[in-house]
Design a protein around this ligand. Structure first.
Ligand code: CP3
Length: 357
């Protein structure tokens, strides 16, 4: 463990557990079985989550450390996954930027007012994690003490966050965001500068509180051409990963629809590169080079018969060919309506497949 990482940890955080399967695989080391966890494993599929939601909204849960820890650990207990992911949303830090928003049932995060001009960007507050997300940091220290498996902290990547801020809510084509990127490059640069600084501060605080790995979700980046990624995003992604280096925890860099930009993404940073289901795992590995990969089962299959899940899961494992450095996951998040028993069965299948070389 580097001194930087030790300094980043609070004194009461338990000792690191580098031998955990998930952390070994993220470092490209051999494992006794492929680690598996699911993006959006908390919240979407579990009846025990729906019960909690009868009395608290997502935003209320993230402001109640004990409840947030409970919801984070629900899938670990029920499914036997090899990692926990902090229960929060990618929009959670927006409050600390002075951007009011709500999470609308069936739609997603909606801002009171979109951010579209230089004046809007300059009016953003400086993000202070202790001030903005103190209950979430407390939840992390509870989870770190109680979880049998490593805790993954996370944040949205600057482009994906900008999509919500500039569009003002969920969008299909990101027209306003791309327009800003091209028509007002100075405003775009100023917005990305703020989002990079915010995300570094937010993730450093999560690691200091006890997060043992970090995932950066760039869910909507697959909407960019390779040229736009390279010219108008890559420098900031590089700055983001440079700012997280030295934390001593593995960094996962995830996006959807990224087959055309995987090399660029990987060159920006990340110890583990997320793959969606549109690319064969072996091809993804070839493109990202010497590093670990995470993925990549189509989440829709889990809504169908077990045979389809089994066939694809075995294909993915065969594609990996027992190489070290594979974390099994879906290619995107668990979908609403997924049967938790299918998820538990998939965890068993992956574990039963056995050791890496
Ligand atoms: O993985 C987990 O289960 C941990 C919690 C988590 C949530 N959001 C909780 C949530 C995580 C990791 C996220 C990330 C997130 N949020 C992403 C990146 C991952 C991805 O799916 O691409 C994105 C793009 C969002 C934005 C977002 N938040 C949308 C589009 C929605 C609406 C649709 C939905 O149900 O996910 C949300 C709301 C949200 N985030 C809910 C939950 C549990 C549902 C609302 C609720 O229960 O109140």
């Amino acid at each position: 463990m580097s001194t930087d990482a030790t300094a980043a940890r609070d004194n009461d955080v338990p000792e690191p557990r580098p031998d955990a399967r998930f952390l070994r695989a993220a470092r490209g080391r051999s494992v006794d079985a492929t680690p598996v966890w699911f993006m959006r494993q908390a919240g979407r599929a579990l009846p025990e989550y729906r019960k909690v939601r009868e009395r608290a909204t997502l935003i209320e849960i993230t402001r109640d450390p004990a409840l947030c820890a409970e919801v984070t650990l629900q899938p670990v207990r029920r499914l036997g996954v090899d990692a926990a992911i902090l229960f929060a949303d990618i929009t959670t830090p927006f409050t600390g930027l002075g951007v009011p928003f709500d999470i609308v049932e069936g739609r997603g995060p909606v801002m009171e007012r979109p951010i579209r001009t230089m004046a809007d960007v300059q009016a953003l507050r400086t993000f202070d994690p202790q001030d903005a997300v103190a209950p979430l940091l407390e939840a992390i220290s509870i989870i770190r003490r109680e979880s049998p498996v490593p805790l993954i902290g996370f944040a949205g990547a600057p482009f994906t966050l900008a999509c919500y801020l500039v569009e003002g809510g969920p969008s299909r084509d990101f027209v306003n965001t791309k327009r800003l990127m091209h028509a007002e490059p100075e405003t775009w640069a100023a917005l990305l500068d703020r989002l990079v600084d915010t995300t570094i501060a937010y993730l450093r605080a999560q690691v200091a509180a006890g997060a043992e790995a970090i995932q950066v979700f760039d869910s909507w980046v697959g909407g960019l051409s390779p040229l736009d990624y390279e010219r108008r995003l890559w420098p900031w992604m590089r700055r983001l990963f440079d700012g997280l280096a030295g934390l001593g925890v593995p960094l996962t860099h995830f996006g959807v629809g990224t087959g055309g930009i995987l090399r660029l993404q990987a060159s920006a940073g990340g110890d583990v590169i997320g793959l969606d289901w549109r690319i064969a795992l072996s091809e993804g590995r070839r493109l990202v080079g010497e590093r670990a990969v995470q993925g990549n089962l189509d989440p829709v299959l889990l809504l169908g018969p077990w045979e389809g899940v089994e066939e694809s899961a075995r294909w993915i494992l065969a594609q990996n060919d027992r190489r070290p450095g594979h974390i099994f996951n879906l290619g995107h998040g668990v979908l609403p309506g997924t049967d938790p028993d299918q998820l538990a069965r998939l965890v068993d299948l992956v574990h039963d497949f056995g050791a890496s070389r």
